[in-house]
Design a protein around this ligand. Structure first.
Ligand SMILES: NC(=O)c1ccc[n+]([C@@H]2O[C@H](COP(=O)([O-])OP(=O)(O)OC[C@H]3O[C@@H](n4cnc5c(N)ncnc54)[C@H](OP(=O)(O)O)[C@@H]3O)[C@@H](O)[C@H]2O)c1
Length: 397
């Protein structure tokens, strides 16, 4: 009985730590109900049924009661922590979004702009940035372009000073800029890891350090780090990306606990695959054509990936509610839960995927972009990636 109770407590604790399942985009079916309370109670009940014969349920009624009370207490504690946070009014707030010229960054710009934020968008390509700001201005959203390479420390510091000079404040910093290269370990060298870390770890870190004195002096501010499911589960053929995102998850998680008492809120957004159209701007190494094929298919099929506007809305809502973690998409939640609960099985599964499904290294050291590889596909592939093409048009890719 003691063992059963301890199992139940662990089960309840794990359930209550998992983010709620609120993904209306999974298979396009609406399932926005919070499943936490019922899931916790049902899982506890299920465990009880498994360990006891049905005929003995009567005898176990006191344990069912204990289970129910523990579950209710866990839910109440979760709600209490979540409910104690004030909501953020976005009107008039200045938001700096790195990588705002396209993809998720551009979708976030629309979401926050529609709520009254004044936007500073940053990217390296000045023409794309100008186009993005132009599209936002047509919707009466205030958007100022700032050309900057965030992987350069002094460029990043200059960016913060320029935004402060021109817009007067930075209320929200969204570290979103990213870059992905797909390929097997053999196709990567030191420079691939360095580049990934520079854009997706050192960039956010340098921008955070540069903006913190301003936020600390006002005793308020919000930092949103766009990480990835690849920063919680290391997916094969994405090693440099995963390393950078794991580092960013660690940084973001630690920041949120250290800065809270100084009035600064940090949100770690953990998206699964999104249909941003960025598979066309991603880079592919090794057997590039086949690497592109699996990546483009997974990244654009509903069920595996979610719509970008949906992901942006989840992040906007989590920001307003001052949440500290926001995991987006059911596949991402399942992967993260499996990694946490059954790491050995997860390793074996990914090892199988790596060996049996992903392309083997073909000795090539050339790199191709998705835009370069995409025209060599036709027919069924085009049909299956159609949603990605539409997203690419909508989000400036
Ligand atoms: N798409 C997905 O399925 C997915 C899933 C999980 C997480 N994420 C994360 O979500 C974020 C956005 O992804 P996305 O799909 O929207 O990517 P994207 O469409 O390729 O956009 C990337 C943005 O980052 C900018 N950028 C790249 N390197 C930069 C640098 N050194 N300095 C300044 N800006 C830079 C790009 O502009 P320039 O090239 O002009 O600089 C562009 O605006 C990334 O952090 C990504 O890792 C994406």
């Amino acid at each position: 009985m003691t063992q059963l109770l301890s199992q139940l407590s662990i089960g309840i604790a794990r359930w209550s730590l998992l983010p709620p399942i609120t993904d209306p985009n999974f298979f396009g079916v609406s399932c926005t109900k919070r499943l936490e309370p019922s899931a916790i109670f049902l899982s506890a009940l299920f465990m009880n049924l498994l360990t006891k014969k049905i005929s003995k349920i009567r005898a176990s009624l006191p344990w069912l009661a204990v289970t129910g009370i523990s579950a209710a207490a866990a839910v109440a504690a979760t709600k209490l922590v979540r409910g104690s946070r004030p909501t953020l009014d976005l009107r008039g707030k200045v938001a700096l979004i790195t990588g705002g010229s396209r993809g998720l960054g551009f979708a976030l710009a629309q979401e926050l702009g529609e709520q009254g934020c004044r936007l500073a968008l940053c990217a390296r390509n000045a023409a794309e940035l100008e186009e993005a700001c132009g599209r936002l201005r047509k919707k009466s959203i205030e958007a100022t372009p700032f050309t900057c390479d965030i992987s350069d420390k002094s460029d990043a510091e200059t960016l913060i000073n320029r935004v402060l000079d021109e817009l007067g404040a930075i209320d929200i910093l969204i570290n979103n800029a990213g870059h992905i290269t797909v390929g097997p370990l053999e196709a990567f060298d030191h420079s691939d890891f360095e580049r990934a870390m520079n854009v997706m770890f050192w960039g956010p870190l340098n921008l955070t350090f540069a903006v913190l004195p301003h936020m600390k002096s006002r005793r308020r501010g919000h930092i949103v780090n766009i990480t990835s499911v690849g920063g919680r589960v290391s997916i094969p053929h994405l090693l440099p990306y995963s390393c950078a995102k794991f580092a960013l998850v660690g940084f973001s998680t630690g920041l949120s606990t250290e800065l809270r008492s100084q009035g600064i809120h940090v949100l770690t957004a953990v998206p699964g695959l999104m249909r941003t159209g960025s598979y066309l701007n991603a880079e592919f190494k090794g057997d590039a054509r086949n690497e592109f094929a699996w990546f483009a298919l997974l990244g654009n099929l509903p069920g595996f990936s979610v719509a970008t506007r949906y992901a942006a809305r989840c992040i906007r809502t989590a920001l307003i509610q001052q949440k500290r973690v926001c995991t987006i998409s059911i596949p991402a939640k399942i992967l993260i839960a499996k990694e946490a609960l059954t790491p050995e099985i997860m390793r074996a599964t990914l090892q199988f995927v790596n060996r049996a499904i992903l392309p083997s290294y073909n000795g090539s050291s050339r790199t191709f972009t998705g835009k370069h590889l995409s025209p060599s596909f036709s027919g069924l592939f085009k049909g299956l990636t159609h949603l990605g093409k539409l997203a690419a048009r909508e989000f400036n890719e």
